[in-house]
Design a protein around this ligand. Structure first.
Ligand SMILES: Nc1ncnc2c1ncn2[C@@H]1O[C@H](COP(=O)(O)OP(=O)(O)OP(=O)(O)O)[C@@H](O)[C@H]1O
Ligand SMILES: [Mg+2]
Length: 447
């Protein structure tokens, strides 16, 4: 049962309100002075306050009410407060509405109107409480996850990222080959490190090879090693990455660029654990956990005959799909603050610009933008202009971007958040202003 605290020196008012609220299954606590009211507030679970503006018969300025209101805000800035005041003395109350009071009520009041306001506020306040609990639970869960696993500095806050991380931690323990897919800069290498750090072979080496960074003729020597004379310029024996990764993890980045003959040899090691160095005939055996990554569409490459289907199935024991940053908007600000460290702070305008950007280069782009802004910002505070990002111009309605929340997304978010716009905006990964603009454009009323 919700509880309302009535702070009023007039016993008749307090009694009338207590009776009215009890008819609506709401408990009432009564305090006859501001001091007593604040003591109640500190002691207990109050969902809403109804407060008088004048406490002594000889004062009518509302000063005491103003002071009381500010004292309540200091204790709990989110607690809804309804002001009770004589109709002839509205000034102070109206002023307090600007400072965040929920509503004011002239004495004598209309019961029906009062209850409508009270019910709305109680609903909002319970939504807010649930959200606060959820945020606290989220934080606890993240702390536990970080305490029990090596997260390699991964920063995340979005539920989509949490789901990805949980899957990664689950498959890390198995020795299934993992194929990590996702766009540029989305964190594929970071996840490869996490997979290794939480695997049974975490005590072994982690060896990474970017298949796209080498000329084709060198890749096989790099992977499997070479004996002297195996190719022009090979005058010493060299160990390949498979040998180096023995007992640990080999991370093959940009696997889609591996040429056909390399694909055949790779398939053989994956199937048998055996290979020979280039130009050599001694068969070598290794135990290597293989993690590969690509931002190419291997399905299309298979259809075009550029990637072996059998190799694809060998590599893809399980696919870890990293969503682009726009699809996990709640990661944006935590990541930005992480890259910023304690060097400077982000202004609110900068935060909004960050939230509005589409991030084609994902986390890497965000890191670069933040680093550049640190250099460019004159003072301690980074403003939107320091980010060097295009203006967050509202998209034209005829060409809504694929990543923009549509009417259904917005209405669903508003419903989930009990109409609290700030919360809905953050769920949608929009700034409050951007949400307002979108509501106006879609003709959805703001209240
Ligand atoms: N969630 C995250 N938390 C902290 N840092 C991250 C996160 N995701 C990515 N990074 C950092 O962003 C940069 C880019 O990530 P990474 O190199 O893993 O991306 P990638 O998907 O491998 O990119 P590419 O396709 O271009 O190779 C790296 O410096 C990485 O450490
Ligand atoms: Mg990479």
């Amino acid at each position: 049962m919700p509880t309302i605290l009535v702070i009023d020196d007039n016993l008749a008012v307090a009694t009338a309100l207590t009776v009215l609220f009890s008819l609506h299954d709401i408990a009432t606590e009564h305090a006859a002075s501001p001091e007593a009211g604040l003591a109640h507030l500190r002691a207990g679970d109050i969902d809403l306050v109804v407060q008088d503006m004048n406490f002594h018969a000889d004062t009518t300025s509302g000063e005491e009410g103003v002071a009381l209101f500010h004292a309540i805000r200091a204790i709990d800035p989110d607690l809804p407060v309804i002001l009770l005041t004589a109709w002839t003395r509205l000034d102070a109350a109206v002023e307090l509405i600007r400072s965040g009071a929920a509503d004011y009520l002239g004495k004598p009041w209309d019961d029906g109107k009062l209850m409508a306001t009270v019910n709305t506020l109680l609903e909002l306040s319970s939504t807010r409480r649930e959200l606060a609990t959820r945020v606290r639970d989220d934080a606890r869960r993240r702390e536990r996850l970080a305490a029990d696993h090596a997260l390699c500095g991964l920063v995340y806050a979005d539920p989509a990222s949490e789901a990805t991380l949980l899957l990664a931690l689950q498959v890390a323990r198995s020795d299934l080959p993992v194929l990590i897919t996702g766009p540029n800069g989305a964190g594929k290498e970071k996840y490869a490190e996490i997979l290794h750090a939480n695997s049974a072979v975490r005590g072994g080496p982690f060896v990474a090879l970017n298949c796209g960074a080498l000329p084709h003729e060198l890749i096989e020597a790099e992977l499997f090693g070479a004996e002297p004379g195996a190719y022009t310029g090979a005058n010493r024996a060299r160990e390949g990455k498979f040998e180096a990764a023995d007992g640990g993890t080999l991370f093959l980045d940009e696997i889609g660029t591996l040429p056909p003959s390399g694909q055949v040899k790779l398939l053989r090691v994956l199937e048998t654990g055996r290979f020979e160095r280039l130009g050599g005939n001694r068969e070598r055996t290794v135990r290597v956990r293989v993690i590969s990554a690509t931002n190419a569409d291997l399905g299309t490459m298979i259809a075009d005959g550029r990637f072996r289907e059998d190799l694809y199935y060998r590599l893809n024991g399980i696919e870890l799909r990293l969503p682009p940053l726009v699809r996990r908007p709640r990661d944006i600000l935590p990541l930005a603050r992480h890259f910023l460290g304690d060097r400077k702070v982000l202004g609110e305008d900068a935060e909004q610009r960050l939230l509005a950007h589409a991030w084609p280069g994902n986390v890497r782009e965000l890191r670069n933008v933040v680093q550049r802004a640190v250099l460019l910002a004159q003072g301690q505070r980074i403003g939107a202009g320091d980010l060097g990002l295009p203006d967050a111009a509202p998209a034209s309605p005829s060409h809504p971007s694929a990543d923009e929340p549509d009417r259904a997304d917005i209405e669903a978010a508003l419903a989930r958040c009990g109409g609290v716009l700030a919360q809905a905006a953050s769920e949608l990964g929009l700034s409050r202003q951007a949400l307002y603009r979108r509501l106006d454009r879609l003709g959805i009323p703001r209240s």
